[in-house]
Design a protein around this ligand. Structure first.
Ligand code: TXA
Ligand code: MG
Length: 330
């Protein structure tokens, strides 16, 4: 079932309804500013298991626990270093997940068997209202494992149909998942780049290592999500920076900024999918663009952004999509 809800002033009757579904031990898909999440009450083990089952997610891949108030963090973790508290105050609510040492009260299923737990306060009135009613909510992105993260309620519906209640507040603003950073000790380690960049974090602490996409030789990895196959589009995906890297006569789909539209949209062999004017709109639209490109069924060329700001997170996601599409083809 899909319930349309006002993104800025969520109707309390609808929030109550969704909250009751959570309290009854079921899952609810809800919007955040990054992507839609598939939530269950973080301390309800059976409900959290349903998330893993519905997504087809490996059980050792931990979930992010979403809070609505800084004080809730102290119920979830044993220790909050002073500088870690500072980044939460600065960047919350917002697209930053911090990894801290978990209390026993956070079920092992929620944290994928790890000693630590990732926590974030989403900047979305619907998410915050829901958490205020139900308490901390564990939620991964609301896609089947191996699909792109959902930036609209329609995307959630494409993956789960009527199996879950979906709160529909329209498209998400950021469009890429939160930055994940381990702040237990310095140097802090970024496991996943996002809208809160390394430079923004470095104003508050020492960030010397980025583990982006890194997998240790023995197959172990500090952040389990990194070791799993990422979204592999069912069309071949290639990346490009300049128009002269595109094949001249092949029938292709091109996903790029509006700046390239005058050069490309008139060509008969090209289907052009716009990412809008800049890096921010590109981040917001890329997952939807990739889902569209799959419908066209053609080899797809995706424009890389400059390696700065949210362009870093965008590039990381499209590189993974291209790499995974290549592996499937081999
Ligand atoms: O923006 C977001 O973060 C969205 C919205 C719904 O909040 N959520 C999201 O969750 O992207 P998910 O499960 O798709 O990605 C969480 C990532 C995974 O790569 C996971 O391995 C990592 O965070 N992670 C979670 N807890 C961790 C922990 N304790 N230690 C290391 N990595 C962790
Ligand atoms: Mg995900």
């Amino acid at each position: 079932m899909v319930l349309k809800v006002d993104p800025l002033k969520p109707e309390q009757s609808l929030i109550k309804k969704a909250c009751q579904v959570l309290l009854d031990g079921f899952v609810v898909a809800f919007p955040t500013e990054t992507v839609y999440g598939l939530g269950a009450i973080a301390t309800y083990e059976e409900a959290v298991r349903k998330i893993f089952y519905l997504k087809g997610r490996p059980t050792d891949n931990p979930l992010i626990v979403h809070v609505s108030d800084l004080s809730q963090v102290y119920d979830l973790v044993t220790e909050v270093p002073e500088k870690a508290r500072k980044v939460m105050e600065v960047f919350w609510p917002g697209p930053l997940s911090v990894i801290l040492q978990a209390k026993e009260s956070v079920p092992l299923v929620t944290r994928g068997g790890l000693e630590s737990v990732a926590i974030r306060m989403p900047a979305h009135p619907v998410a915050l209202s829901l958490i205020r009613c139900a308490g901390p909510i564990a939620a991964p992105s609301a896609n089947k494992s191996g699909r792109p993260s959902p930036t609209t309620a329609e995307h959630v519906y494409q993956d789960f149909g009527d199996d879950v209640l979906i709160l529909d507040a329209g498209p998400t603003l950021v469009g890429l998942e939160s930055t994940v950073v381990d702040v237990r000790e310095e140097p802090w380690k970024i496991y996943r780049p996002g809208a809160v960049t390394r430079e923004m974090l470095e104003a508050h602490g020492h960030v010397s290592v980025e583990y982006v996409g890194k997998i240790e030789e023995n197959g172990s990895t500090p952040s389990p999500g990194m070791k799993y196959r990422h979204y592999a589009p069912n069309v071949p995906v290639f990346l490009f920076r300049d128009v002269d890297e595109l094949p001249p006569n092949q029938d292709i789909t091109v996903i790029a900024l509006d700046g390239l539209a005058p050069t490309l949209s008139g060509k008969p062999n090209i289907i052009f999918i716009s990412l809008g004017a800049d890096q921010h709109s590109a981040a917001a639209r890329i997952y939807m663009a990739l889902r569209q490109a799959e419908q066209f069924g053609r080899t797809t060329y995706v424009q890389l952004m400059d390696e700065e700001g949210i362009g870093i997170a965008y590039n990381e996601r499209v590189r993974k999509a291209a790499g995974a599409s290549r592996k499937l083809a081999n």
